[in-house]
Design a protein around this ligand. Sequence first.
Ligand code: NDP
Length: 499
Amino acid sequence: MDQSNALHTLPAQPRDFGFFIDGRWEEAGPRAIFERTSPAHDRVVTRITRCTREDVDRAVGVARAAFEDGRWSRLSGAERAAVLLRAAAGIRGRLHELALLETLETGKPIGQSLGEVEGGAGIYEYAAGAARALHGDAFNNLGDRMFGLVTREPIGVVGLITPWNFPFFILSERVPFILAAGCTIVAKPSEVTSATTLLMAEILAEAGLPDGVFNVVTGSGAEIGQALTEHPDIDMVSFTGSTAVGRKALLASAGNFKKLGLELGGKNPQIVFADANLEDAADGVVFGLCFNAGQCCVSGSRLVVEKSVAAQFEALVADRIARLRIGDPLDPRTQMGAIVTEAQNRTILGYIEAGGREGARLVCGGGALASETGRYIRPTVFGDVTRDMTIFREEIFGPVLTISTFETLDEAIEIANDTVYGLAASIWTTNLETSTQAFRRVRAGRVWVNTTIAGGPELPIGGFKQSGTGRETGIYGVEEYTQVKTVHIALGRREPWVA
Ligand code: NDP
């Protein structure tokens, strides 16, 4: 047994959290409290403050003051990098505490949480370099009497709204880049998964981030999230979540024309050609379906497989699903954990019912997995899916796979692109020509060839079509939180305009 198992047990008492403004914890005081129940154990694990709109105003005011006085925005890249590197060390130092809270609130396997927290630390390290690499441009081609500069400046106060599926990892894909750019932040995590964002505020403060640069307000999306998207003193909102709420954020941002970064839903194809290594592809498809119990914006939820191998491939997928270890997320051997909330559970089960009702053929799964506590869903695969079916068209955000077949590359691309979304796509083939044609023509912001859900901070992420706007991570991700200023510098005496 792994020695760290002792660190990953269900705590006897829930942990109380205040919220974090201006470098210090604030107590809940008279505010309402939200009790978060572990989706796997039906036990209250955290108690989260329901902040008020006044708290939002105060946090934004503090972030504005911190931005304007230059305590962070005017530091050198090297000074910002030093804080980000200390924050990465701080994350690693609290790895087990963060991972346990993440698992308790999300229901995801502890091994996965540990990986996501470690991965998050690595993103801070990458972004530290980006803080120093960020630069503008010079124009030395304007003739003897003129010189041109383009500078990049931090955009200002950023409102950061994050979802419940990867609370710490998605936060880590954004915060260090926003900080590297020199901005200040008011973050609002999903109410059901607030703990690790709150702990991150403490870690950043201990790393030497000046007071007021990173603030966290907690509470519901409808109230606190909406207040951030509407706020006239926020310059940019980075929102990750559903396309429906992304649309609301877009409307709310109109008040002060704030910039928006949106990472929204997906209905991502897994295109499998007959010449692929089918064993590898089947493993990848099952991973893409079941990772995070399918509650993943880049989940590969539509299998588009060449007809000549479809029956064989379906059997390979079903065989692997049967061998998955589903259960208590605190067990280090678990591969797929619990469904995050009862509402999400009902949504997924509703889609499974719709699949049967609309005439799709059930290959495996088909409903809930019996358990003493918590809620689990059996990975479900539907064959004979037509493109008008609800399960083909809508994002389910659960472990439900549809199978469509094709006979030509053109047909494969047409089926893959037949969606309002454009977040991600995977292509499985051993033919270079086929993979190149396919990755060029598929309309998605992230494409994987002979793998799926691969990532890292070096490359940017974001969506085409209704999957979003803007890019996070990589150099593109830092630049997203800057605005460009153009400077013309005249040299020598001025040609008089007035005679
Ligand atoms: P939401 O879009 O409602 O939640 C995402 C974030 O937005 C949360 O922090 C939420 O807060 C907040 N929020 C909710 N309403 C508003 C609002 N009016 N203004 C500003 N912020 C708001 O997603 P759900 O949790 O309802 O999940 C529904 C579906 O969304 C899923 O089934 C899935 O399809 C998709 N989704 C996609 C994600 C992605 O990574 N692209 C992530 C999560 C969901 P709170 O949770 O506290 O209400």
